[in-house]
Design a protein around this ligand. Sequence first.
Ligand code: ADP
Ligand code: MG
Length: 270
Amino acid sequence: MALASNSPRASIESKIFYHQGWKELFSVIIGGDEVKMGKPSPEIFLEAAKRLNIEPSSCLVIEDSVPGVTAGKAAGMEVVAVPSIPKQSHLYTSADEIINSLLDLQPEKWGLPQFQDWVEGTLPLEPSYIGGPVIKGFGRGSKVLGIPTANLSAEENSDFLSEHPSGVYFGWAGLSNRGVYKMVMSIGWNPYFNNTEKTIEPWLLHEFHEDFYGEELRLVVVGYIRPEANFPSLERLVAKIHNDKKVAERALDLPLYSKYKDDPLLKTTL
Ligand code: ADP
Ligand code: MG
């Protein structure tokens, strides 16, 4: 595995230094100052392959930039694009695959060993804690579909939002003094805000007999299920969400995830 960046070698070194153990994961690290021409020229990838001692055609490039995709294809390599700017995938069409985030990388599609960290259709994550009062959403009639989502403020949870790609996640939800419930949620781009604002939409997997706007909701997000997707019909979307619910309900019974149910941070101290 090689790291090939247009950044100068020294910048790569100082940046990677903060992530313990990362540097050792790469057998080759090559900076923009070690080649004549940076991306979109194929040179940096060809040089990386040479130092890895493998044929360019056997390499898979993972790239977040458009010039990088161009460089990878020009080097005769297969390229998976992870666009650095959301909603810009139309600029990346020369890539062999476009994925929303690294959470969706499937190495087995490229003849590489499968990641070992997925468990029963879920990817365990470092737990994230978010919360606040339940706010009004955008009246998408989700209750009509039987999928109400107790929205949390995007501003108050902006760190969480910037660290998590859009997609379907799950975890546990503590609601005021009512209890702790299983929860499946989508993080996504609100179309009403011209794709500029991401929203947090947790569905508590419990039958409530009334609304609970304004009540304190605490979430621990423990795993990832899938990226956001487009569906040809509303029925297909609803079916997919019900499948997400089933996956989350089952996974949350695994010790790996169930241990967070009693987390004191889910309790509101009033
Ligand atoms: P909004 O667009 O205002 O978020 P929704 O149609 O998504 O409206 O409904 C969400 C509201 O429904 C929540 O704020 C909450 O008060 C209520 N609600 C009732 N049951 C649930 C549930 N199981 N999960 C989430 N919210 C629920
Ligand atoms: Mg909602």
